[in-house]
Write a protein that binds this ligand. Sequence first.
Ligand SMILES: Nc1ncnc2c1ncn2[C@@H]1O[C@H](COP(=O)(O)OP(=O)(O)OP(=O)(O)O)[C@@H](O)[C@H]1O
Ligand SMILES: [Zn+2]
Length: 651
Amino acid sequence: MASPPQLSAIKDARVLMVGAGGIGCELLKTLALSGFRDIHIIDMDTIEVSNLNRQFLFRQKHVGQSKAKVARDAVLRFRPNISITPYHANVKDPDFNVDFFKQFNVVLNGLDNLDARRHVNRLCLAADVPLVESGTTGFLGQVTIHLKGKTECYECQPKPAPKSYPVCTITSTPSKFVHCIVWAKDLLFAKLFGDKAQDNDLNVRSGNASTSDHTDDVFERRTDEDIEEYGRRIYDHVFGYNIEVALSNEETWKNRNRPRPIYSKDVLPERPINQNGNMDGASATDNPSSVSAMASLGMKNPQEIWSLMENSKIFLEALKLFFGKRDKEIGNLSFDKDDQLAVEFVTSAANIRASSFGIPLHSLFESKGMAGNIVHAVATTNAIIAGLIVIEAIKVLQKDAKNYRMTYCLEHPSKKMLLMPVEPYEPNKSCYVCSETPLTLEINTHQSTLRDFVDKIVKAKLGMNLPLIMHGSALLYEVGDDLEEDMVANYAANLEKVMSELPSPVTSGTLLTVEDLQQELTCNINVKHRDEFDEEKEPDGMVLSGWTQAPAVEKKDENHVGNGVGTSKNMPTNAEQVEMNEDLEIVPADVEIPAEKKRKLSEISNNDGLGTSRGAAETNSHSKVEELDDDDDVVFICDGDSDTIKRKKLH
Ligand SMILES: Nc1ncnc2c1ncn2[C@@H]1O[C@H](COP(=O)(O)OP(=O)(O)OP(=O)(O)O)[C@@H](O)[C@H]1O
Ligand SMILES: [Zn+2]
């Protein structure tokens, strides 16, 4: 129950909630029940069936409707006298500018991606409005608090890069099921159903293509080729022939278990595998999204682990259904965890490969989780986190600075605590977002174009939405709706020019100014020319520094295949991830734990069975973490190495 001063702060407050999903639904309910009377909600999504299990303000009949609007209506039913203003929109829309943000006393994030979080962070800084940021992943969760000039901003600590795997592990030497999933999804599925023009490491070429079936275009269906035959040819190529080719390289297998080539004839009867009849049995409707190989084969349980034979049947059936029922999409498909047939195909292909490499098989349910980087959401975690957001929001409204806390929700108690409060840290003086520290860019100014710089640095690294690039007083590039035609043409021409040949040449020693007018963020970048870059370690062909870049969670000196973090719907390509489950291995976490605390969590996990948190430990392996345990708070003081920014607590 709030105290009278708290109640008065609550009643007078105007709050902005961004995100009306898992956390957002809980948050809106808790805000309303706590007495908040003026709440604005931005959410760009509509309700999906998969949201209903935890986003309790939504019902089946709301599927397809705006989350922000339905959430508002649901809460008004039990708090009819409060004001809730919904916006069915992307928070990055230009309407939500600094002036819009200025009208709020506090902003509360219930988002699920880095991109939007960074954007809101910048607008809160520009508008000088406190931000309470949050995230959950399964049983883990966090609430952090960000006040301009007083605490770290959301971007003061770089986020770890997404995990990736060496290409050779994926293409030749998988040792875990997740490697088979990445292979099935990013290589095989992409090769068969995605954009053919894209590079793909899948094809092991025949040494003597002319005498075998295994030519370069083995994945192309031949004219008039029977779909069953085509499926078997692909099957035999990827699970049989490719494995034989790999086995011929003896060196590879000296210290590894040799895989077993699998051919369709050894697993399946020679001819049609569809006991239940034909393709027409695949689905009751012609709706592509309801086409299912499992349905077609009469298999129902997604939790069951299929045998090699069952996987092989699903593989051929799914391939047949793609070509038979969804042929128009072939060439344009990318894996989507909500696409049943795609999940079936990827599960079966991963399992057949796993079988070949002696790796335990997994169910469709588990495979879907891995392929979609899904950590199953826990409604209770969302509810706890929403409660903590409201507690911090009330402190912010009362300017109760000495009691501000960032709180981490753990899976297992540490010192009998499931909720770990940590005092906020002061801003990182070298953060390019909340301080004015210039950045340094090493780039080949004679080879890289302005477009490379805009795509790889300004958008991808700096997260700018509407950028403007200046060299002294010369404007090199700008985005906006109200630009004159000749300016648009000018900028388009500039984009294709190499940096040193721009109208105002960018060379070693140039100071570039990059601004985002919507985010009101300005960065100065010192340019240094460099001739060469390591293609594997520096694939962008340019390196931005000056602000500590977190190392990737798993780094190897080889090519990397992304694990798919970032390819699914909302996924930031980014980087928020914590490893906490050795089996799952890849966990795109909404829980962003700063390096020091990640380190701490990994220690907790080792002691208390949270699972291995290898990524966390590796990320900051030199940091010395000291734990001070006073009566109510656990506080970490970190004495990191030179890579780790020393963070000072506020008090
Ligand atoms: N740029 C954005 N602008 C507005 N809303 C956003 C933006 N990015 C994400 N969101 C919203 O944030 C919410 C996050 O909620 P949540 O993490 O529960 O995701 P979800 O999409 O509802 O569920 P899931 O991803 O598990 O299917 C979503 O409702 C999403 O629409
Ligand atoms: Zn900062």
